[in-house]
Ligand binder design. Structure first.
Ligand code: AMP
Length: 409
């Protein structure tokens, strides 16, 4: 199958070719015909599967040409995701007379209001700011024909579902709705019944497993050595762009500051940083100016950063599904990627919870030549479930034979 066989608008096919895509990904092959036929869609797919193009290409084909009132509304949970989807639409629509705009919080209202006044066909929005504009009378949604609710489980996590409901209520009942969510907790199943009409359900890959193109492993370490092991992994790994995930904003700041002191080109991204700082971090990381991005889960979902070579979990994610999302940053669209997770005795239960969730035992690794302190994790099989040993005994200079990569530079 290639993009020409779907009956997509020729300007879309042209746009896709200019992006260098040779063949559709599985979610694209399954979704494009359904969306072109006018049917509602309920899609679940792992990150990095080509989901954005799966809805953008048919929607652009259906929209075809510019009209002043917005006809397509896409709701995204975060500003970063909204920005990414806007850019993707603009890329695919480059041979079209279609206007794409974005509204999100964290910046002034003025330029976004002007953009709405000029008129857009496709509006990508985060729920809060869209509601502001609706309440102020800057936009009404009566012209919406296509509604996309993206990353709905993320919107649920962030407490946005009531806002989403209010927005959907203001869209015409006669519309086509596309609904994407990686997981389907009960609150979301209720919402699907309300917003979708006779949808076709598409599920790509096993929801619970990490992308098949990612090799992942865990690295037991004593708490006091976490940062040193991170450094050693960075030194020994053949990385060109790595995202380091931390559990808290404070830890992200701390790790970034220490890496910075050691002259690693590092950017930091979390919810307390301003929109400008977050965009600079993301742009600098994408352009290669920063080789390391330290981030909290704000960056974990959906963000499309091409060619992330490695993901390092500095802290084990507390929710097993976040593990899958985090390591989904690498291995996107069939590229190979590596993911390492550092873990201390306190985090053993969280690692075991992830293993139950993905139904696989994750490979344990020790970094060759690293002066490990002893931790009970090295005798992990002796630690009972729910009884992670605390702390560790010091055996300085002890080294363990293990896999390591070579630094390219
Ligand atoms: P997404 O899952 O939408 O975030 O897309 C992940 C990445 O895959 C993005 O960098 C897209 O540009 C890329 N991509 C999407 N569709 C294709 C395709 N058919 N061939 C190659 N790359 C693609």
């Amino acid at each position: 199958m290639d993009f020409q066989n779907f009956g997509l608008h020729e300007a879309v096919v042209h746009g896709v070719q200019s992006m260098g895509y040779s063949e559709p990904t599985p979610i694209q092959s399954q979704s494009i015909p359904v969306i072109l036929s006018g049917r509602d869609l309920m899609g679940s797919a792992q990150t990095g599967t080509g989901k954005t193009a799966a809805f953008a290409l048919p929607l652009l084909s259906l929209l075809a040409k510019h009209s002043k009132a917005p006809r397509c509304l896409i709701l995204e949970p975060t500003r970063e995701l909204a920005a990414q989807v806007e850019i993707a639409f603009k890329d695919y629509a480059r041979f079209f007379d279609i206007e794409v705009g974005m509204i999100h919080g964290g910046v002034g209202h003025g330029p976004q209001r002007e953009m709405l006044q000029r008129g857009v066909d496709v509006l990508v929005a985060t729920p809060g700011r869209l509601l502001d504009f609706m309440e102020e009378g800057d936009i009404n949604l009566s012209s919406i024909e296509y509604l996309v609710l993206d990353e709905v489980d993320r919107m649920l996590d962030m407490g946005f579902l009531p806002q989403v409901r209010r927005i959907v209520e203001r869209c015409p009942k006669e519309r086509q709705t596309l609904f994407f969510s990686a997981t389907l907790p009960p609150e979301i199943e209720g919402l699907t019944k309300w917003v979708l009409r006779d949808p076709l359900t598409i599920s790509i890959g096993q929801r619970r497993s990490p992308a098949e193109t990612v090799t992942h492993g865990v690295y037991p370490v004593a708490k006091d050595q976490k940062f040193d092991l991170l450094l050693a992994l960075l030194e020994k790994t053949n990385y060109h762009s790595v995202i380091v995930f931390t559990a808290t904003k404070m830890m992200a700041d701390r790790v970034a500051a220490r890496l910075n002191e050691l002259k690693h080109p590092v950017a930091c991204m979390h919810a307390d940083r301003s929109q400008k700082e977050r965009m600079e971090a993301l742009e600098g990381f994408k352009s290669g100016r920063f080789e390391v991005l330290v981030a909290t889960d704000v960056a974990a979902r959906g963000l499309d950063i091409a060619s992330v070579s490695h993901v390092i979990n500095y802290d084990v994610p507390g929710h097993p599904e976040d593990y899958v999302h985090r390591i989904g940053r690498t291995g996107r669209a069939q590229q190979e990627g590596d993911a390492f997770t550092l873990f201390t005795a306190e985090e053993l239960d969280a690692v075991r919870a992830i293993e139950r969730y993905i139904e696989t035992k994750i490979q344990r690794h020790k970094l060759e030549g690293f002066p490990y302190l002893y931790t009970a994790l090295f005798n992990e099989d002796a630690i009972p479930q729910g009884g992670a040993a605390k702390g560790g005994r010091t055996l300085n200079g002890y080294s363990f034979g293990a896999k390591s990569g070579k630094k390219r530079r």
